[in-house]
Design a protein around this ligand. Structure first.
Ligand code: HEM
Length: 147
């Protein structure tokens, strides 16, 4: 319950500016693993240069990711209601060539974004609360990589 409070309070401010925060997160992700850029169509001849990262596809995906996080935050009391949605979202990512291992870097990028936006409000308990939520989301998505 304390975790939920930490998450809701921190998302209250971040959620108002989803796209800029999502850009920070995914810019970090592509720094950690530039090869992930090649999974998007806009990657042709494009690197981690800012003009690539502001392409419509990139911004659309960033927006989609932030809306999923937003949904998770609003369903903290009944996360299982998102199970089917997240499983199918995982399937979709398997189809486009994402590997489940990449979700570790996505998690690091999420924490990086939280730290840079929240500053001193980024505390150990807050970090842990977000990690717990993120791991629930990722394990549901990972179930989409059916054997
Ligand atoms: C769709 C890549 C992580 C949410 C896609 C697509 C690609 C992609 C290539 C299809 C094109 C598009 O719809 O833009 C990646 C990569 C990731 C990643 C490389 C990190 C390794 C995530 C995460 C979330 C997410 C963490 C949310 C928690 C979505 C959504 C869609 C999507 C909602 C649209 C699915 C649909 O069309 O039904 N992603 N993604 N993605 N992604 Fe990601």
């Amino acid at each position: 319950e304390k975790d939920k409070g930490l998450i809701r309070d921190s998302w209250e401010s971040l959620g108002k500016n989803k796209v800029p925060h999502g850009i920070v997160m995914f810019t970090r992700l592509f720094e950690l693993d530039p090869a992930l850029l090649t999974l998007f169509n806009y990657s042709t001849n494009c690197g981690v240069a800012p003009e690539c990262l502001s392409s419509p596809e990139f911004l659309e995906h960033v927006t989609k990711v932030m809306l999923v996080i937003d949904a998770a935050v609003s369903h903290l009391d009944d996360l299982h209601s998102l199970e089917d949605f997240l499983l199918n979202l995982g399937k979709k990512h398997q189809t486009v060539g994402v590997k489940t291992q990449s979700f570790t870097l996505v998690g690091e990028s999420l924490l990086y974004m939280l730290q840079s936006s929240l500053g001193p409000a980024y505390t150990t308990p807050l970090r842990q609360a977000w990690l717990n939520l993120y791991s629930i989301v990722v394990s549901a998505m990972t179930r989409g990589w059916a054997k």
